[in-house]
Design a protein around this ligand. Sequence first.
Ligand code: F6R
Length: 612
Amino acid sequence: MCGIVGYIGNREASGILLDGLHRLEYRGYDSAGLAVVDGKQIKRVRVQGKVAALASKLKQEPLSGSSGIAHTRWATHGAPSEANAHPHCDDKGRVYVVHNGIVENYAPLKQELQQEGHVFSSETDTEVIAHLISKFLDENTPLELAVKKVLKLIKGTYALLVIAVAEPGKIVAARQSSPLRLGVGQDEFIIASDASAIANYTKQLITLGDGEVAVITRAGYTISELHGEVDLDKDIEEIDWNLDEAGKGDFPHYMLKEIFEQPEAIKNSLRGRLLVEDGQAVLGGLRQVEDRLRKIKRLHLIACGTAYHAALVGEYMLEEYANVPTEVCVASEFRYRKAILDPETEAVLVISQSGETADTLAAVKEAKEKGLLTLGIVNVVGSSIAQATEAGIYNHVGPEIGVASTKAFTSQLTVLALLTLFLGRQRNMSLVIGKRIAEELKALPLKIEKILAGSQLISQLAKKYVRVNNFYYVGRKYNYPIALEGALKLKEISYIHAEGAPAGELKHGPLAMIDSNFPALFIIPQDSVYEKNVSNLEEVRTRGAKLLAIATAGDNRLAGLADEVLYIPKTLEMLTPILSVVPLQLLAYQLAISLDRDVDKPRNLAKSVTVE
Ligand code: F6R
């Protein structure tokens, strides 16, 4: 988490840095700051709070200079406060640092520095980096060498930008497990946690790899390895999306924009990948491992949060249609489990929107260590997980900025359906079933548009239920994970308590909570478990709960059973989650808006979870 951005060129830096921070704010927003090189001095402004507060403070205390570094924070060590906001500097004001990641061994390093007389002014782990660089920096040790010395001492993760009074025309950048990209412009360079902070200025990008250090001046840049001296010849990539895609357009929030982008996002995920007449999926990213995939006897799907819910749906798809035994595990558990894995016949597939989630990345490393084939479903091109996995499938849904994942989720489900088709046709799936899945996949965008066209109804519903403090979300089979996802969406952006439960489990405990103030929302499309779900719904109704239902269009029976019914178009059972989650995203959004919540930046959360 945390967003960092640096600029060096011929323009005023502070406006460019501030613009970058606004675009990176989804990564953390409890405090912000920037430092600009002004002649022979470095000046810094920091605030507790959002980037808007920093912008106001900068109006009072403008900073002038054509290079600088900036940061928007999601607190790990030390509460959100001005003193803990980045950039941090040493006690002599010689070196300024912004950092995304965690210095795991900061405590002994800090103790040692304090014994040597260094005085600390924050509770952060980052401040030790500034003190250590300052300690090593002298006439014979240029900034990059001092930085490299320090990086060899610290343990943990970092994306780091460093400036020093002694070398005002230079930014040193380094990366280990936290993303960092260098934008190469005309006589100017922007270096940031992600491309959205760069795309306004240049489309030419270099992705720094783990263990790489960049030295950037107005004249150019060099990149070398932490333990090496030779300059690396890194490829420059071209950003293939424009900033409009990363802006809010006419929508009041990114989350709403991204919910409405889903028809287009799914089209993009499917583009060039469906051969409807052959009932086949063409997955170029898996071509090199196609033969190995034929031999796979078990797949392990690993992810966190919303992506984990996608994996749970994927398990039903892959087992039912592709005949591939599948296990799902939360990434933070997988890395500490003693999973029994067979490198000959098993593979790991991780799912991650950002491609930077620390636990998911660690799971990839663990699986590789065990010799397993590692695959990824990732949205951010060139991200750490995309690079670490052997093969994979990109979502291609463009930047997802809202902290609550929406379009990435439906795309993950779409890609899992494509994978099911791909693996299924390698195995026993018939042409007829393959064609059916392909046809239904192709029809999804239009069906989502129909659901979105009814969004007004959901906003009225939200007004009715806004005073409710608890919700159950209930589903079975393919829609059990959607119950979990619907509840997560509601919790994270509205702060209303919600729990997801498998319909069959209600009577094993959860029913005890049900009363007239504790509504249950059933996801109950006309599928193979419909009748069972109706019985469960009746059990809840009998106990006096208010009932909401997500049902298949034309299901009049439910209209007589539930207090409120939201309809979704009919589709193949395995694809119903891609439709049924959309009204739940809208309901969470509308309830959060009615409660005046900051939906794009919910409290205590950040978009990219790069810490354990
Ligand atoms: C919830 C949400 C999170 C993420 C999770 C994994 O709306 O967005 O639960 O799904 O943090 O993130 P990625 O997919 O980037 O690995």
